[in-house]
Design a protein around this ligand. Sequence first.
Ligand code: 5GP
Ligand code: MG
Length: 180
Amino acid sequence: MDHDIDRILISRHRIAERVMELAAEIARTYAGDVEAGLTLVTILSGSLIFLSDLIRCLPLRMKIGLITVSSYKGTKPTPAAILQQLNTDVTGRHVLLVDDILDTGGTLRLVREQLVSAGPKSIRTCVLLRKPSKAPPDVPADFVGFDIEDVFVVGYGLDFNDHYRNLPDIAVLRPEVYAS
Ligand code: 5GP
Ligand code: MG
C-alpha cells in the first residue's frame, strides 16, 4: 500500500492534535445546553475513523446516528444519493453532522434536507477536511479540521474505490494508481 502513496498531506500526529482541538471547540459549543440531547450523525463510510477518534475526545452525553451516502465513483464526483437511511430519531434533539470532507457540498446539503424534516432542535456540521475552492456558500461548516487544496485524498477513512481507508495519514496517491 505504501508504494502507492505520492505524498502525505496531513500526518497522523497533526490529525490527532487537530481532532482534540475540534473536540474542545464542540464541547464548548454544546456545554450548558445538552438537556435536549445531542446526536452525532455520521455520514458513512468515509467518516468512520474520524468519528471514532472525535467521540473519544468529547466528554458529552451523546447518541450516535448512522447514515450512508454515496457520492464518488473513483475520483469523480457523482450526485449524492442516500444508500441507508438514518437509524435513529433526532426529533427535538441537537444534531451534529459529521463528515470526512466538504467538497462540492452535495452530500451535506442532501443529508441536511433529510434531517430538517425530522424536526431537530438544531443542526450543525463538522468536517475533518474542506476544499475551500469548491465548497459552496449555502453549505456552511461550523467546525472544520483542515482546509486543503483541491486534490483527491485518501486515508484516515477516505477511500479510492473502497481501498486505502486504513492508511493512518491523509495522503495523495501516485497518478498511476488513479489511472489503473
Ligand atoms: P461533496 O458531496 O461535498 O462533493 O463530497 C463529499 C463526499 O465526497 C465526501 O463525504 C467524500 O465521501 C467524497 N469526497 C470528496 N472529496 C474527496 C477526496 O478528495 N477523497 C475522497 N476519498 N473522497 C472525497
Ligand atoms: Mg463521505
